[in-house]
Design a protein around this ligand. Structure first.
Ligand code: BG6
Length: 513
């Protein structure tokens, strides 16, 4: 793509820093035949190869319960990559990856199979030069996390000796509530040090999400207005058009609050709300993010009734097609009380944000796929223009679009051309694609690469996970105690239950739909 000359000049500085390949290592994927591996992890590794970020001394060990040969795994992964790669597949690069793949059959009930894994890794150190550095990716059901960690520890695979490192990436959901998250943290820390644990959240792998920090802290003009004096309220929306897509069994246990709010949405909230860190060292950044979550005003049972809304979709029409109700999805109870929509209003009780409402909402089977953060500023204090009462002015709005149109837009008032002084609302848009071209990525590239480098900035620390659970657990408790009587309460293809509109309208505001 050709970029405008001015843009190319501006980008030069950014290109001065060239990323180096990760250090030699073997990546061990538990759940090698699962969906995440084929849709995200293997395509992400491929993209890292394309960008020259994988080292020569590299191997991937797929681990699973089924009996498979190395060649069978290679064959599968080759087919999967051809289907799910985000760029054209180049045969030489594909071959490079395929030659570095191994399979190990492992049964968590049989500790000796973990010895087999240790043997394979040590052979790979000799054959491919992986240097005793291992990254274990646990893409397995959460109930198996601590068992795998313990078994890996028992065969010595988590012990770091000399220069070598051992790291574990743990997928969500991390716990089911505050108590279970604390318990899991406690158990894995019996075997691992915090710096070896990488709790992943794929939202933090997104460029637009990482850009929130660049936008806030690499520019001088936004920070002075980023507070309660200028901000009226913040809306965070993560709307999905899909239903539960065959994941009914998991979703029945999770629901929207656990699945999206407690993790992905709280990460966005933390990035918007945090103070400037003292440096970009992982713990400085994470310290600031956790402070935001810890400052969220706790929900009393009355607050839960007043400031939260839950919903479940009934059948409806999406893109002209009829889609079934949640209760009619596979592996979902016909009487399910699981929420597929959640909206809440919360407050971050600190000096920067006191009394500024943060409205969060997420749901499945909504009319549009959109993830965005909208920061609405206070109105101009006084209307100087004839015949335009101040209430009719549109307040300034800054929208950070995370997907699908990645970018940032600013809304403000301008004069409509003509003899009369009339005002019109206009927008300034920054589209990622216009400046940086379309990046073909899965969202996992940076996270995998950072883990290989040992940079945990974009991963969650135990205190962050627990702070998130602290906020939502009282909500879950009240919701559990009071079974919803009106489910399903929104039709697929609509913006959620009416109560969600009431939640924001009671404050004289409205959702951006
Ligand atoms: C996952 C949730 O973490 O995020 C899913 O479990 C959800 O329910 C998904 O659909 C959304 O991610 P993305 O990348 O499609 O926005």
């Amino acid at each position: 793509m050709t970029l405008p000359a001015s843009v190319e000049g501006e980008l030069e500085r950014a290109e001065e820093w060239v990323a180096q390949p990760a250090p030699p290592c073997a990546m061990v994927i538990f759940g090698a035949t699962g969906d995440l591996t084929k849709r995200k992890l293997i395509p992400a590794l491929y993209n890292l190869i394309v960008n020259g970020l994988l080292p020569d001394g590299f191997a991937v060990v797929g681990v699973g319960r089924s009996q498979l040969s190395d060649d069978e795994l290679r064959h599968r992964m080759e087919q999967d990559l051809r289907e799910f790669a985000t760029t054209d597949v180049d045969e030489r690069r594909l071959e490079w990856l395929i030659q570095r793949l191994r399979y190990v059959q492992l049964d968590p009930e049989k500790p000796e199979t973990f010895k087999g894994l240790a043997d394979t890794l040590s052979q790979l150190d000799d054959e491919l030069g992986t240097s005793g550095n291992y990254l274990f990716y646990l893409a397995v059901p959460p109930s198996a996390f601590d068992d795998y960690v313990k078994q890996l520890g028992d065969v010595g695979l988590l012990r770091e000796e000399g220069e070598s490192w051992r790291r574990v990436i743990i997928e969500k959901p991390f716990g089911h509530d505050l108590e279970s998250a604390r318990d899991l943290n406690r158990r894995i820390r019996e075997v691992l040090r915090e710096r070896q644990i990488f709790r992943i959240d794929h939202y933090l792998g997104r460029e637009t999400v990482q850009n929130i920090m660049a936008f806030r802290f690499a520019n001088g003009i936004f920070e002075p207005i980023w507070n309660r004096r200028y901000v009226d309220h913040v809306q965070i929306t993560v709307a999905e058009t899909v239903g539960v897509e065959g994941r009914g069994a998991y979703y029945e246990e999770a629901g929207a609050l656990r699945d999206m709010v407690q993790n992905h949405m709280f990460r966005l909230l933390a990035l918007i709300g945090m103070e400037p860190p003292v440096s970009f060292a992982a713990d400085s950044v994470r310290d600031e993010r956790v402070k935001v979550l810890s400052a969220i005003r706790p929900f009393s049972p009355e607050d839960v009734l007043r400031y939260t809304v839950r919903g479940q979709y009934g059948d409806g029409v999406m893109d002209g097609e009829r889609v079934p109700a949640y209760r009619a999805e596979r592996s979902v109870s016909p009487h399910s009380t699981t929420e597929t929509f959640a909206a809440l209003e919360l407050f971050v009780d600190n000096w920067r944000w006191a009394d500024v409402p943060f409205y969060l909402r997420t749901g499945k089977r909504l009319p549009k796929r959109v993830s965005e953060i909208a920061i609405q500023f206070k109105r101009a204090p006084l209307m100087l223009f004839r015949d335009t009462p101040v209430e009719r002015l549109n307040p300034n709005l800054l929208v950070i679009k995370i997907q699908p149109d990645e970018g940032i837009s600013l809304r403000f008032e301008g004069k409509v051309p003509g003899p009369a002084l009339r005002l019109g609302t206009v927008r300034m848009h920054f589209q990622y694609e216009d400046y940086f071209g379309r990046q073909a990525h899965t969202g996992y590239e940076t996270l995998l690469y950072d883990c290989m480098l040992g940079d945990s900035t974009l991963f969650h620390r135990s205190d962050m996970v627990e702070a998130g659970w602290c906020v939502v657990t009282p909500i879950l408790d009240v919701w559990k105690a009071l079974a919803p009587r009106n489910f399903p309460n929104y039709a697929a293809g609509t913006w959620g239950p009416k109560e969600a509109d009431d939640l924001i309208q009671k404050d004289g505001r409205k959702w951006r739909n």
